[in-house]
Design a protein. Structure first.
Length: 176
């Protein structure tokens, strides 16, 4: 089970680091998404809060990803942060879906689709991973000499990270 938790840690680290890097690279699109979301809550303050909120979002994702790559002392708080962030993202996706709000998802940088059901599904999967990580045994119990197992963990983490980052593109390809 410790290997599963380690794979979850590395997967979530990859997802958050790729997301933070993509959002930083396409910061204008990230700011536009944040402004659309803030306008739903605080229309008058949306313009003024957009840039700080977008910077906070990118920073929180990067810090979470780095914490998940760290040692036992940072991995557990990183898993909790991943759980909280992913829960928040899931709530936003559900609210956007239910209210049919037009919010462009710039989840991994450039907006690819309207925030909706597909994002709820993706985020529910990530939320399940974060829950497994939080309530599973500490990954620090993994023996250091198990190189083949660590290679499998890393490979699985990379594959899931890539699929997650390209999820919108994959869904579009598979649409009839």
């Amino acid at each position: 089970m410790a290997y599963a938790v380690l794979t979850v840690q590395w997967t979530l680290a990859g997802v958050f680091l790729v997301s933070a890097a993509a959002k930083a690279r396409a910061f204008r699109d990230t700011s536009a998404m944040v402004e659309q979301l803030l306008a739903r809550v605080a229309r008058s303050a949306a313009r003024r809060l957009t840039r700080p909120a977008a910077l906070l979002l990118v920073s929180a994702e990067a810090a979470t990803g780095l914490a998940l790559l760290g040692v036992r002392q940072t991995a557990r708080p990183g898993l909790v942060a991943a759980l909280v962030l992913t829960a928040g993202f899931t709530v936003l996706a559900v609210l956007a879906t239910v209210s049919r709000t037009e919010v462009s998802c710039a989840c991994f940088g450039r907006p690819t689709a309207r925030l909706g059901r597909r994002h709820v599904v993706r985020n529910a999967f990530l939320l399940a991973l974060a829950c497994l990580g939080c309530w599973g045994p500490a990954a620090a119990g993994v023996p250091g000499a198990a190189a083949p197992a660590l290679t499998i963990c890393a490979t699985a983490a990379v594959v899931v990270t890539v699929v997650t980052a390209l999820y919108d593109d994959i869904v579009e390809l598979l649409k009839p």
